[in-house]
Write a protein that binds this ligand. Structure first.
Ligand SMILES: Nc1ncnc2c1ncn2[C@@H]1O[C@H](COP(=O)(O)OP(=O)(O)OP(=O)(O)O)[C@@H](O)[C@H]1O
Ligand SMILES: O=C(O)C1=C[C@@H](O)[C@@H](O)[C@H](O)C1
Ligand SMILES: [Mg+2]
Length: 174
């Protein structure tokens, strides 16, 4: 049985925040792909982008995703762009149950303007979010579970995920 729960979604949809609460609820370990990349690189994501460029970051992201998915069970939260490579999508679909979080453009801008550290949003959060959302509009649709997080609390979102998951088996830690 597939044991990993993998959260995907655009930046600011709350993957890291919701993933931690979901893992706690299920008694599972929570691992975050961005955090694992930071640990492996020994510097922050803006530093990786500035010093090595986005392609280097994406290569590292693919490598670390594959490494993290060797372990189970866990809640694995990914970065907003982790779905951009087909091989990553394949790796996620083979590695567990994929859950996509979404939110309206307005809500994403509100959340992301208050939360720094995303190099792809440098130079103007609102305009960058609009452009990237358009570019990525179909990138998260492959997930069998889709949850809109707009104007919902973390507890409500976790509740929605848990009820949507019931038809996919029991992911609680035994
Ligand atoms: N349901 C929510 N309601 C309001 N604010 C939220 C909600 N979920 C997350 N946030 C806030 O939005 C910001 C982004 O959340 P988070 O870092 O979890 O997003 P993410 O999807 O992991 O983003 P990234 O793709 O960049 O890793 C944080 O400031 C967080 O506190
Ligand atoms: O959406 C993206 O491309 C990104 C999202 C973040 O989680 C980080 O992985 C990084 O800032 C890139
Ligand atoms: Mg995150």
């Amino acid at each position: 049985m597939k044991k990993n729960l993998i959260l995907i979604g655009f930046m600011g949809t709350g993957k890291t925040t919701v993933g931690a609460a979901l893992a706690e609820e299920l008694g599972l370990v929570h691992r975050d792909l961005d955090d694992a990349i930071i640990a492996k690189a020994g510097c922050t994501i803006p530093e990786i982008f500035a010093q090595k460029g986005e392609v280097y970051f994406r290569d590292l992201e693919t490598e670390v995703l594959s490494e993290l998915l060797q372990e189970q069970p866990q809640v694995l939260t990914t970065g907003g762009g982790a779905v951009l490579r087909k091989e990553n999508v394949q790796c996620m679909l083979e590695g567990g149950l994929v859950i996509a979080l979404s939110a309206t453009e307005q809500e994403l801008i509100r959340r992301l303007e208050a939360d720094e550290g995303r190099p792809l949003l440098a130079g103007g959060v609102a305009q960058r979010v609009r452009t990237l959302l358009q570019e990525r509009k179909d990138a998260y649709s492959f997930a069998p579970i889709q949850v809109d997080t707009t104007e919902k609390s973390v507890a409500e979102i976790v509740g929605e995920i848990l009820s949507a998951m019931t038809e996919f088996g029991d992911f609680r830690q035994d």
